[in-house]
Ligand binder design. Structure first.
Ligand code: SAM
Length: 431
């Protein structure tokens, strides 16, 4: 539920937008960063929590002003065409427009079409729609160049992979949403969900079946970390400097999070576990010399009892959201042998989005970001993001000794510090 129920009136809203825009400009000037433009050479904006707060406040107000000024019929006129907009974006990625347009200078339409392997008519029509949406530019007729938004996808393969995967596999699954949910209105899991309806296999079986797409998935996860959920909640909310030994990164994918942590905490080792061999192999190749000796990769099934014993931390990052409740109970149970074999202060860290309890006073866009990812899980896995109370219920169902010692809810992802109460008083917490 949103805290913003008052209607400020459009001129008051516009006035506030002006004030908040000035604050953004002041922040940038104080940080020595040039004001944003659409030029391909525009400087990157800061990603600090303070700046993100300013961005979010302005974004909410801009969205409200646009809705109020447009009114429902005009709004729906644009809203209903988003499917076509996304279809064009997907095609542009499929045909490589973002990488074929050179980083500097421009490219003739005919040349772009020829390199893309597409006819010039459709190449031009799609590029020109994209240009109306502020991707690319056509400063001289028939020649295309990058702007700040299109070049961002050329420069960063991880981010491009995330956008491409979302508009390719995931969007196709979403198109099946109505039919798939109608077919099973009271059952939801990895085989009763839109992704399965579209592709005929659950998500992770799909990536095993198509290893070429699995590589893109691993890059996409790294891209998502850069775009939406940096590791700050994980790195800043646990006393990493005070521990020693090995962090087991369960379902760690290509190990991109372990790699970042290994750079930050050179005294720690990381054991990346995942079921997908190609993703693990991808990670192995990304290791730089400074961390190579401290990161291992092992093919593991997190539904089976943990075999890495005596670790300092067991980490489950962005895995619980992919599974339905009874699977989560199995995953939580499977960590228990690891925790039992370790020091009583060894946590299971669950680093996933936390859904606010209904009725919580939270920002509308903050809640929307969480609910968008929650619905992503519904579409792809028939699964969900969870509230703290839901996590607690599943942990207790897995093992009554599980206790949640700390909850960090504020960042892009939440962090639950979970321990096993072994009756020695160390984790005897009323939680
Ligand atoms: C959403 S990704 C998260 C990756 C990484 N932890 C992160 O935060 O970016 C979930 C990972 O779980 C892995 N996975 C799925 N089923 C698994 C299983 N049964 N055992 C181990 N890993 C599994 C997937 O291959 C994938 O890498």
């Amino acid at each position: 539920m949103s805290s913003e129920s008052k209607d400020p009136g459009i001129t008051n809203l516009a006035q506030s937008i002006l004030e908040n825009t000035k604050e953004v400009a002041r922040y940038l000037q104080t940080s020595g960063i040039a004001l944003p433009t659409f030029s391909p050479t525009a400087e990157a904006l800061p990603t600090t929590p303070d700046f993100q707060k300013l961005q979010a406040r302005l974004r909410t107000q801009l969205e409200d002003l646009q809705l109020l000024v447009e009114g429902p019929p005009r709004f729906y006129r644009y809203f209903l065409t988003r499917g076509y907009d996304l279809g064009v974006f997907q095609t542009a990625l499929d045909f490589g427009f973002f990488t074929l347009v050179p980083p500097e200078g421009d490219i003739a339409l005919k040349e772009l079409a020829s390199q893309a392997g597409l006819d010039p008519d459709r190449t031009g029509r799609m590029m020109r729609l994209l240009i109306t949406q502020r991707f690319f530019q056509e400063n001289r007729p028939g020649f295309f160049a990058h702007n700040s938004f299109s070049i961002a996808l050329q420069r960063d393969e991880d981010m491009r992979s995330m956008v491409h995967m979302s508009f390719d596999e995931m969007l196709k699954a979403c198109a099946e949403a109505g039919a798939a949910i109608k077919a099973n209105p009271f059952k939801t899991d990895g085989v009763h969900c839109p992704f399965y309806a579209r592709f005929g296999v659950p998500v992770y079986d799909y990536f095993e079946k198509y290893p070429e797409n699995s590589g893109r998935f691993a890059k996409a996860m790294a891209g998502w970390r850069k775009m939406a959920n940096a590791t700050a909640e994980l790195t800043d909310n646990y006393p990493w400097a005070n521990i020693e030994g090995t962090v087991v990164d369960i379902g760690g994918g290509s190990g991109h999070v372990s790699m970042e942590m290994a750079q930050l905490f050179p005294h720690l080792k990381f054991a990346v576990q995942d079921c997908d061999e190609s993703v693990l192999a991808e990670g192995q190749q990304l290791l730089s010399d400074d961390i190579r000796d401290r990161i291992s990769f092992t093919k593991t099934n997190f539904f089976e009892p943990q075999r890495f014993l005596g670790a300092s931390v067991y980490l489950l990052r962005q895995c619980t959201c992919n599974w339905v409740d009874h699977d989560i109970v199995t995953i939580f149970k499977s960590v228990v042998p690891g925790l039992e074999s370790s020091d009583p202060n060894t946590p299971l860290l669950i680093n996933d989005m936390i859904i606010p309890e209904p009725g919580s006073e939270v920002e509308r866009l903050w809640e929307r970001e969480r609910r968008q990812v929650d619905i992503t899980m519904l579409m792809l896995f028939g699964a969900k993001q969870r509230t703290v109370a839901e996590f607690k219920t599943l942990l207790k169902e897995a093992d009554t000794r599980y206790v949640i010692r700390k909850v960090h809810e504020q960042g892009a992802l939440g962090l639950l510090e979970v321990y096993l109460d072994r009756g020695d008083g160390v984790n005897n917490i009323a939680s």
